[in-house]
Design a binder for this molecule. Structure first.
Ligand code: 5GP
Ligand code: MN
Length: 332
């Protein structure tokens, strides 16, 4: 996509945001820091312009993000009434990502799709898709600037959380000079990086550490060391007393093992329903593996949900992963 096309997409979105009066901002299921941060920031910015912005969730919010100012504004989709000039989607590669909240789509005159997933399905009437952005929060930041809203503390915190969660605190290869420039601006608006980092990464529940313990106990590595995975069953969650969202970040442990190219986490969400998280380090585009099973994501972080018994789902994905590594049986 050329920069002119990108500019005209942004202009169409801004036009829609400026003209509309009542908006719904839609979180995706199992919302992460980017979904929450970018939606909260844009929602608060629209309110600053005197508009109504309803912040809509379909799932529980992760406990480590409840410190964000304004987070209490999110309402469950089942409690949302009325019609909307536009439903705004941030960080949603496809429309199914919003889960049951999809029923609100019929009450929106327009769909505004703002994202950074290269695999985005362009399901909106307006689509602002910027794959080079490290987070949807980067795109939201640009739009907020162009709307003429200055960065107040709650907006800056929300954008900062979007940046650090999608870049692993500026460690992943999506991190750019622009990411750091935006972060600098957010710090000038009052964000305290150590405080945010502590709240997001270092204020863990005992149940989440117990879950990590179970995941590390179940760690497996292929013979050639290039593929590492772990599994969390329903029982693991029950024993740890953990919420399903507390598995966030666990897939990074197998990823950090020296020599590993692909890491996977298999999470038994319900009997016969397996959520798969995929990560790669340098070479393999794991979004292709996830897409094969109806999911999607980025080259280095992707996911999908497979309806099959745990062991079967795991074998299906591992077979694809071995193929992607190009090692055939050697990887097994
Ligand atoms: P995670 O493994 O942390 O759940 O997700 C990593 C990334 O993969 C997310 O940021 C998102 O881009 C993508 N992703 C995860 N699950 C799904 C899914 O079910 N469908 C699609 N389209 N993308 C997903
Ligand atoms: Mn994102």
């Amino acid at each position: 996509m050329t920069s002119e096309q990108q500019a005209s997409e942004r202009a169409a979105a801004l036009d829609c945001l400026r003209r509309g009066q009542r908006f719904a901002l839609m979180l995706h299921v199992r919302p992460d820091g980017d979904s929450i941060g970018s939606s909260l920031a844009l929602g608060l910015a629209l309110r600053r312009l005197g508009k109504t912005a309803v912040l809509v969730r379909a799932d529980d919010l992760p406990a480590n993000l409840l410190f964000l100012p304004g987070i209490e504004e999110f309402v469950h989709y089942s409690e949302v009434g009325g019609e909307f000039d536009a439903a705004v989607f941030l960080d949603c590669g496809d429309l199914d990502r919003i889960g049951p909240a999809k029923i609100l789509v019929e009450r929106a005159r327009r769909l505004v799709n703002i994202d950074h997933h290269p695999s985005n399905q362009r399901f909106g009437d307006v689509n602002v898709i910027e794959p080079r952005a490290a987070a949807a929060g980067e795109v939201a930041h640009a739009l907020i600037r162009e709307l003429g809203v200055s960065l107040d503390f709650p907006i800056a915190c929300a954008l900062y959380v979007a940046l650090i969660t999608d870049t692993g605190s500026f460690r992943y290869e999506n991190t750019s000079a622009a990411t750091h420039e935006i972060a600098a601006e957010l710090l000038r608006a009052g964000v305290k990086p150590a405080e945010v980092a502590r709240a997001v990464w270092e204020d863990r529940s005992l149940s989440s550490l117990r879950l990590l313990q179970a995941a590390l106990a179940a760690l497996e590595v292929s013979g050639d060391g290039r593929l590492a995975w772990t599994t969390l069953t329903r029982e693991d969650f029950q024993r740890a007393g953990a919420h399903s969202l507390e598995s966030e970040g666990i897939v990074n442990y197998p990823r950090t093992l020296r020599g590993v190219e692909i890491a996977a986490l298999f999470l038994e969400e319900a009997p016969g329903e397996v959520k798969v998280s995929l990560r790669s380090n340098r070479r393999v585009d794991v979004s292709l593996i996830a897409s094969h099973f109806g999911g999607g994501g980025h080259a280095r972080a992707a996911g999908c949900t497979i309806r099959a018994p745990l062991a079967e789902a795991r074998e299906l994905v591992l077979a694809r992963a071995r193929e992607a590594l190009g090692g055939g049986r050697a990887a097994g």
